[in-house]
Design a binder for this molecule. Structure first.
Ligand SMILES: *[C@@H]1O[C@H](CO)[C@@H](O)[C@H](O)[C@H]1NC(C)=O
Ligand SMILES: *[C@@H]1O[C@H](CO)[C@@H](O)[C@H](O)[C@H]1NC(C)=O
Length: 292
């Protein structure tokens, strides 16, 4: 019975259900708890086994049958304690749980969120592949308007590049999602000086998010979909800051400022894109996005 509920709980987790329902009942356990439970439950400390053990031991040493029956209850208690201790030991060993270090510890909270509300469109596209991405790349910033940072040797400066390039090192957060832990990392763990700087300039929060994630994971973001741009139809009435010609200069300034504050350039460039294998087979799904 215990195994059955453990399996149900694991099933809920694998399906990516919400961890708690509205009444605050937990629907599934974290991966670590599952490991502990599995080891703790894999034992023979139960009442039917007591009978089996008594039969076996009495068969081996019939003269000591009385002694066996006397200590039977105690052995069951001792056995239970052993099982629990085994669970404790099992959780010490490095399992998949610690594989990704800091970030993966939060895996049980997997729930992607985005910096702006614009990405609800992206969410629709990603709905299908999101489950897969969230389990395979929980630590990545996933989305599609991609950008690159370049080193300008003559100016000894970093440059923000938005031209079409093969490589990418940043994903803009307009149509992207990421582990909610990174929102915490952004607002709580990033030095206030940097966050305030972004707030004052009202620009580059997306670049900073890329820096925060790359600083924690030393990995590049994951670009999905062949799309290059993201246009929010709902926001089209507003004047976009990217129309301003000074915008690109300011974006480069942001990168240089962040590099100075982080003490290094954490961004990693990759030439990589992930798409669902059959993404072209269902044009309907792609119609969810306004045509650009
Ligand atoms: C985000 O956008 C969706 C779709 O337009 C809307 O229903 C929702 O209320 C918005 N949420 C916020 C917090 O603005
Ligand atoms: C970068 O990450 C390290 C931990 O990996 C952290 O100690 C440091 O504060 C981070 N830097 C910034 C500027 O957030």
């Amino acid at each position: 019975m215990a195994f059955q509920s453990l399996a149900t709980s694991k099933g809920y987790r694998d399906m990516g259900r919400e961890k708690c329902d509205c009444d605050g009942n937990q629907k599934w356990l974290s991966e670590l708890s599952e490991t502990i439970m599995t080891y703790a439950l894999c034992g023979f400390a139960n009442i039917p086994t007591m009978g089996i053990m008594l039969g076996t031991m009495a068969g081996l040493a019939p003269k000591r049958k009385k002694v066996f029956s006397k200590i039977l209850a105690k052995t069951c208690v001792a056995g239970t304690i052993c099982c629990l201790i085994r669970g404790c030991i099992a959780c010490i060993f490095p399992s998949g749980h610690f594989k990704l270090g800091k970030v993966n510890i939060y895996e049980q909270h997997i729930k992607f969120e985005s910096m702006t509300n614009q990405s609800f469109v992206a969410r629709e596209i990603f709905a299908e592949i999101r489950q897969k991405i969230s389990s395979e790349y929980p630590d990545r910033l996933v989305g599609y308007p991609n950008r690159l940072h370049l080193w300008e040797e003559d100016k000894k400066n970093w440059k923000y590049e938005s031209e079409w390039t093969n490589a990418n090192s940043m994903i803009l957060t307009g149509a992207a999602f990421y582990h909610k832990y990174y929102s915490h990392a952004y607002y709580q763990q990033t030095p206030a000086k940097i966050v305030d700087w972004v707030d004052d300039h009202m620009n580059c929060e997306d670049i900073l998010m890329n820096f925060v994630i790359a600083n924690l994971t030393a990995k590049a973001p994951l670009k999905v979909s062949p799309r290059k741009k993201f246009k929010c139809t709902e926001c089209s009435q507003q004047v976009s800051i990217s129309v301003d010609p000074g915008h690109m200069v300011e974006r480069s300034e942001c990168i240089n400022f962040f590099v100075e504050e982080f003490g290094k350039m954490p961004l990693k460039a990759v030439e990589f894109r992930a798409d669902p294998v059959l993404y072209k087979d269902d044009p309907e799904k792609h119609m969810l996005l306004p045509l650009l």
